[in-house]
Ligand binder design. Sequence first.
Ligand SMILES: Nc1ncnc2c1ncn2[C@@H]1O[C@H](COP(=O)(O)OP(=O)(O)OP(=O)(O)O)[C@@H](O)[C@H]1O
Ligand SMILES: [Mg+2]
Length: 437
Amino acid sequence: MNKGTYTYPDGSRYEGEMKDDQRNGKGIWTRPDGMKFEGEWKDNKPDGYGKLTMPDGSLREGYWKQGNFVGTVQQPDLEGRVKKLEQDVQYLKQELDNLRVQQPEEFLSLDKKKEKEPARQEMKHPFSVNASSPEKVSNLRTVVQAIDITKKFGRLTALNNVNLEVKQGEVYGFIGPNGAGKTTAIRILLGILKPTQGQGMVFGKDAWKDAVEIHRNVSYVPGEVNLWPELTGGEVIDLFVRLRGANNRSRREELIQKFDLDPSKKCGTYSKGNRQKVALVAAFASDADLYILDEPSAGLDPLMDRVFRECVMEAKQAGKTVFLSSHILSEVERLCDKVSIIRQGEIIESGYLSELQHLTRTSARLETRKPVPSLSQLKGVHNLQEDGQTYSFQVDTEELDSIIKYISRFDILKLESAPPTLEDLFMRHYEVVGGGS
Ligand SMILES: Nc1ncnc2c1ncn2[C@@H]1O[C@H](COP(=O)(O)OP(=O)(O)OP(=O)(O)O)[C@@H](O)[C@H]1O
Ligand SMILES: [Mg+2]
């Protein structure tokens, strides 16, 4: 029997008694993601009485029999969670320093570590897509699902009965104005927040209860990127990528170059756009099956926005799923297969872009030889502006045919129409919900 502290290649730490190099005995096992188990082990599994603290601060206390638990689960209090997260940050910073001091070689060549970590690979969810085997991609499964999610903050209903479903390999846009509830929904899907009602599901697992397991295959860019001011961009990228297990050094370098990021600067000195780049590089350098990106191109200039879109398309081509929020419609239009539009906590429209565009109005500009009487009275005509015999207006697509028949009687000189954009769709919803035209 040996007593001591052991640090595993995946960064997890064991403190206690060990037999035959196995976690056999009594001790505390802390994983980099914050999961902490205090108790007894047999054959590398919790066995006997023990306490398990999850990264979200929830606690299980009771008896384990070869990893199976019987006992009570206490949900975390918010203050406790914040405290826990602060402790985790401290712990991670310390771990990072230790690694750099103890094993600078290994820290720099993260690829080698992968070979030593078969256990983590095995833990991968069965839905995980391997880019080298496209046959697995063809079988589309539901990767993200919100089922009747309601979230209340006191009297405020931030989300009201939200439903959505994202399939494997889809790029899914979650669109809404400020305060619509995008970040709240994303936090629920990530198991950071608990829904008041309903359920978030990721990879077919419960977003709240199975958060730790789910997170192994999810890469996340938060809406507001706050980085540790004293660490450099490169260190933060390494830390995140390392926490996610598998990684690829050359991919990291490629992304840093593409995003034109100086990784040697301290995060405290980065501009908003550069902080966003750090988060994006960390997210895309990680090998995940699902990328959850909250307002990912906020703060990026058009050139970098293009780089970002390329990253999303590459992920999609590799069969990954991307769920991104935005209030920039043009971004979503160019990127996404499917969208959900959220306003004041309610999904007001959901579907494939091709379907949704049928619902929008066509913009038309018309010039006629004879004046067109009562055009504004016609069903389906909106926002008419007249300038002599030149008319600009919007048309409900389903009324287009009858309107063209009507105006053709007044000798059309010119008729221009623009295809409906999501912008129109969005504006129309604003009008409808706001009680406008
Ligand atoms: N922790 C919280 N406590 C109380 N209210 C909250 C909390 N988090 C969010 N809210 C409220 O819930 C609503 C939805 O906020 P949320 O951050 O999800 O919106 P969003 O769509 O992400 O907006 P933005 O585009 O500005 O990021 C807002 O009214 C917000 O004030
Ligand atoms: Mg937000």
